[in-house]
Design a protein around this ligand. Structure first.
Ligand SMILES: *[C@@H]1O[C@H](CO)[C@@H](O)[C@H](O)[C@H]1NC(C)=O
Ligand SMILES: *[C@@H]1O[C@H](CO)[C@@H](O)[C@H](O)[C@H]1NC(C)=O
Length: 284
């Protein structure tokens, strides 16, 4: 008994050392990453502007291997056609991994779409697109990426809109050994973002501003000097890998079914015109 509880205590404090739980000020976690002149307000809410000269973005100071990142975002109001506001996690280099939320703007009064994507070893092409059940330009909403050994969840106000399952057992690549930074940005993508690229950015409506706040990174931090990814394996010591986190709860499964039925607009796994052979992860 005694040694068991000692062991538990030791594991708990080890886990506490490893986890960085941060519901923190912007400047504790992040720094400007590009286009710093277009970051109109550093702080909370943080405001990122796109104009005809540049977009801009911020990135986390640290890198993380498994865990959850969340932020609240209020998207460009009015005419946002051609613009993309992004919240994503990414590692570096040509064979990088990346988990994306991309909010595709639209003409005034027309709905935004949320595109999610997963890159593994430098290759993406795993887009899904959803409409939202609210106007994301009126209020802040919470967007989260949860990444554990079993799956990746994309959440909107806590509701799962997408789950990318780990199917390594079937030979499907899964992001597992590259630590990722957490990023936010606003940029021009009028060659593809709005109505398939037909609607261009109207620069007379610039600047296009999205606001970000309530930054939370609850993830296994990998200090630059630490090579070892094994510290983030955790063996269930981390909440995101604990028993019960291997899949969605029945309630979350119902939510995901509802989202897919009502709000899924595009799924690469159903795009038979695009790929003659379905990507392996699309087959059960
Ligand atoms: C923009 O609005 C049009 C018309 O309502 C819609 O078809 C499209 O899906 C919307 N979103 C984007 C990103 O094009
Ligand atoms: C751009 O916006 C201006 C001002 O609202 C408007 O007069 C113009 O027609 C718009 N341009 C296009 C191509 O829609």
């Amino acid at each position: 008994m005694g040694s068991q509880s000692n062991r538990l205590l030791c594991c708990l404090s080890l886990a506490m050392l490893l986890i960085s739980v941060s519901s923190a000020k912007f400047s504790d976690l992040f720094q400007p990453y590009w286009g710093a002149d277009n970051i109109v307000a550093l702080g909370e809410p943080l405001k990122l502007a796109l104009d005809s000269t540049s977009g801009c973005g911020f990135g986390s100071k640290k890198k993380y291997l498994f865990g959850q990142a969340s932020m609240q975002i209020k998207l460009v109001e009015g005419d946002s056609a051609g613009t993309v506001t992004a919240f994503y996690m990414s590692s570096d280099g040509p064979n990088h991994n990346e988990l994306d939320f991309e909010f595709l703007g639209n003409l005034s009064g027309e709905p935004y779409l949320v595109q999610t994507n997963v890159y593994v070893d430098g290759s993406g092409n795993r887009e899904q697109r959803h409409s939202l059940w609210f106007d994301p330009t009126i209020d802040f909403h919470t967007y989260s990426i949860l990444w554990n050994h079993h799956h990746i969840r994309f959440l909107v106000d806590g509701i799962p809109i997408r789950v990318f399952a780990n199917k390594e057992a079937n030979g499907i690549p899964y992001p597992r050994d590259q630590a990722m930074g957490v990023y936010g940005s606003v940029w021009n993508a009028d060659d593809w973002a709005t109505q398939g690229g037909r609607v261009k950015t109207n620069w007379s409506h610039a600047p296009f501003v999205s606001a970000f706040r309530a930054f939370e990174i609850d993830a296994c931090e990998l200090p630059a000097e630490a090579a070892g990814a094994e510290r983030c394996e955790g063996g269930g010591a981390f909440w995101w890998d604990a028993a019960g986190m291997s899949g969605l709860s029945p309630h979350q499964q119902r939510q995901l079914r509802w989202v897919r039925k009502r709000h899924l607009v595009y799924d690469y796994c159903k795009d038979t015109a695009r790929s003659s052979e379905m990507p392996g992860e699309c087959l059960n």
